[in-house]
Ligand binder design. Structure first.
Ligand code: GH3
Ligand code: MG
Ligand code: MG
Ligand code: MG
Length: 301
C-alpha cells in the first residue's frame, strides 16, 4: 500500500542492537532514524511512521516511561510502536501489549522482524489515514460549503447547548442575526457567481469581527447567525456595530467594486421573555425585521 519505505525511528539507548538492526532493515524497506534517549525520541515521533523501542539497554525505567508517552490512551493518531525485548523482560512485554504496541522478542529472526514491522506500520498507516478521513468528514458535517463558516444544523445544535449552559451557570448569552440588504440586486446586476463571492467575503469579515470562542454560522441564503457565549447585551451591541462597520467597509466582489450593507438583530439572555433557545432566536429575528423596516444598514434589539 505504500511505495516509498516507511520511516522507522529506532530508539536504542545502549546502541548495542543498532548495527544488527541497520543490517536487517535495509534502506529499500525502511528509512531508519535513530534516537539515543527518550526525550530525543519524543521530539521525532511526529516525523516517523513507527518507533522501534529496543529494551535491554542500561535504562529500563526509561523504556517503560517512553512506551507510556508513545501510546497515549486517547485514540489520537500516533506512530506504530514496536518493542524489541528479551524474553525475561516480562513487565515491559505485558505493558506493551496492554497499550496496543507490538512485541518482538530478542534474539529475533530477520525475516520475521521485517514482516512484523511491515505489518504493524501498514496497519497503523491505514488507521491514521482513516482517522484523518473521519476528521475531515466531521468538519464537513458542520461546515457551510459556500462560505466555510458553520452550517445551520451545527448552529441549531450549539444554540441549544449554549442556552442550557448559560441557564445552568447563570451566564449571559447573546445572538446576532445578520441579513444582507437588497442582496437580490447584487445577483441581478452582477450574477450569482459575484453574489456567492460577496457571501464568502462577508463570512470572512464576520469571522474577523468576533472572538475565537464565538460561533459564526450561515443561517440561510444571505443570512448569518453569530452566537456569543458569556456576552451580555452591551457587549453584543459593540460586536454588532463592529460587524456592521466591517461589512460596510468591504470592497467586495470580483473587482472589489461592490459595496454591501447589512441589517442586524440582537437578542440577549437573561431576559424575562426569553426562557428557551427558540425565544432567543425569535427575538433576534423580530429585531432584524425592525432594522429592515426602519431603513436597513442598522442594528436593532
Ligand atoms: P432585504 O434587504 O429585504 O434583505 O433584501 P434581499 O434582496 O437581501 O432579501 P430577500 O430575502 O428578498 O432575498 C435574498 C436574496 O439573497 C435572494 C437571492 O438572490 C440571494 N441569495 C440567497 N442565497 C444565495 C446564495 O447562496 N448565493 C447567492 N449568490 N445569492 C443568494
Ligand atoms: Mg429577506
Ligand atoms: Mg437580505
Ligand atoms: Mg434574507
Amino acid at each position: 500500500m505504500k511505495t516509498q519505505p516507511y520511516t522507522l525511528l529506532v530508539v536504542d539507548d545502549s546502541q548495542a542492537l543498532l548495527p544488527q538492526l541497520v543490517r536487517t532493515l535495509g534502506p529499500e524497506d525502511f528509512a531508519l532514524r535513530v534516537a539515543r534517549s527518550g526525550p530525543e525520541a519524543l521530539g521525532l515521533t511526529q516525523e516517523v511512521d513507527g518507533v522501534l523501542l529496543c529494551s535491554g539497554g542500561p535504562d529500563e525505567a526509561q523504556a517503560q516511561s517512553l512506551l507510556e508517552a508513545l501510546t497515549p490512551p486517547q485514540p489520537a493518531p500516533r506512530p506504530a510502536v514496536v518493542v524489541l525485548a528479551p524474553p525475561q523482560d516480562r513487565a515491559l512485554h505485558l505493558a506493551a501489549l496492554r497499550r496496543g504496541a507490538e512485541v518482538i522478542l530478542t534474539p529475533w529472526d530477520d525475516e520475521e522482524l521485517r514482516l512484523r514491522l511491515f505489518r504493524s506500520l501498514e496497519t497503523h498507516s491505514r488507521l491514521r489515514s482513516l482517522h484523518s478521513q473521519v476528521e475531515e468528514l466531521r468538519r464537513l458535517a458542520v461546515t457551510d460549503g459556500l462560505t466555510q463558516v458553520h452550517n445551520h444544523r451545527y448552529f441549531q445544535e450549539r444554540l441549544r447547548e449554549e442556552f442550557r449552559r448559560s441557564q445552568r451557570y447563570d451566564e449571559s448569552l447573546s445572538l446576532i442575526l445578520v441579513d444582507l440588504d437588497h442582496f437580490k440586486n447584487i445577483n441581478d446586476a452582477h450574477g450569482h457567481g459575484a453574489g456567492d463571492r460577496v457571501l464568502r467575503e462577508v463570512a470572512a469579515s464576520l469571522q474577523h469581527s468576533v472572538r475565537e470562542t464565538d460561533l459564526v454560522a450561515r443561517y440561510g441564503g444571505e443570512e448569518f447567525a453569530i452566537l456569543l457565549p458569556c456576552t451580555h447585551l452591551p457587549g453584543a451591541l459593540t460586536v454588532a456595530e463592529r460587524i456592521r462597520k466591517g461589512i460596510n467597509e468591504l470592497h467586495a466582489g470580483p473587482e472589489g467594486a461592490l459595496r454591501v450593507t447589512a441589517s442586524l438583530g440582537v437578542s440577549s439572555f437573561p431576559h424575562r421573555a426569553i426562557l428557551a433557545p427558540e425565544q432567543l432566536l425569535l427575538t433576534a429575528d423580530e429585531a432584524l425585521y425592525r432594522a429592515k423596516r426602519e431603513g436597513r444598514d442598522r442594528i436593532c434589539l
